[in-house]
Design a protein around this ligand. Sequence first.
Ligand code: SIN
Length: 334
Amino acid sequence: MENDKFKESFKYFKSRNPPPDLSLAIDIDGEKHQNVLCRLTVNTSLLSPSLSSILKSEWDVFQFQPCPGLILIRNPFTPLGQRYFMARCLQNYPIKNPTNLQTKNISLEKSSWWEELQEIKDPVAHKKLREDLRWTTLGYHHDWETKVYDEKMRNEFPADLEFLVKEIAKVMKFKEYQPEAAIVNYYPLNATLAGHVDYSEKCNEPLFSISLGQSACFLIGGETKDIKPHPLLLQSGDICIFTEQSRFAYHAVPKIIKIEEKVWNEDKNNETQSNSMNLPEYFDTKTVEIVQNSEQWKAFDDYVSLCRININVRQVFKDVDDQNFVNENKKMKT
Ligand code: SIN
């Protein structure tokens, strides 16, 4: 393409030598970027009280003006909430779900990637296996070749993630949002994600994208690649919600940025016992215990200190009737 402004920006922010000027990236901080961020008022009292240890009660929510429909929530998670989802992405979600390890024919001796990673003491082999995992899919599995969701390729969507996203959707006033599919991306520091549009879903319901661990420079463009994209700085805990026009805009991750401060550990001096804590019934209490225990948390902390995780959640079908139709068909076939 002659006028590929998206590619130009991607190359600029991806470059290591010379490195990009990251001060050009917009930080989700209303004070610094008042000209492009418009603050939205949301009512977090709509949240289930059971989420009070996972999500904060006050959120900073902005509409990103240059890209209509893009909503940015600056880290609404408590440190515990971040650690919980980091651990779930590492220890649980890649089990029994498709991952790139299968497509790369990487076989494991242990029953899971995370378990095997813990066993490897050699630093070179450890780094290699740590960086081998690049994605897993949840719920309806996206077929990367055909770009369609196949009814035969479906596992149960994790109940904790479903509950979290539905609650956020409720606060944002998205009616009857149903999380049905997710892609969890794992990014080592040198990883990138090329420009693309997510159009496989059979509806245009919002896409929720949660960032965890290391920061990223994220590019959001327009309908075509000849529109120059805007660089955004995404930090651990940030949530982007792509609605309206932004739902079908080109986007990419040209750079992962190493950070020093670990916001996910900020409550560490003040450990609350999980049994005295308010937790949603769909949450895994074993994971909560692990992430509350400094010794057990250490391996997860090592991972997120070197990598970024992104969970992006989609509704696949237009409405509940569509899903019922699919489920009925499934029953008839089996
Ligand atoms: C994606 O577009 O699939 C992931 C975006 C991100 O990592 O922030």
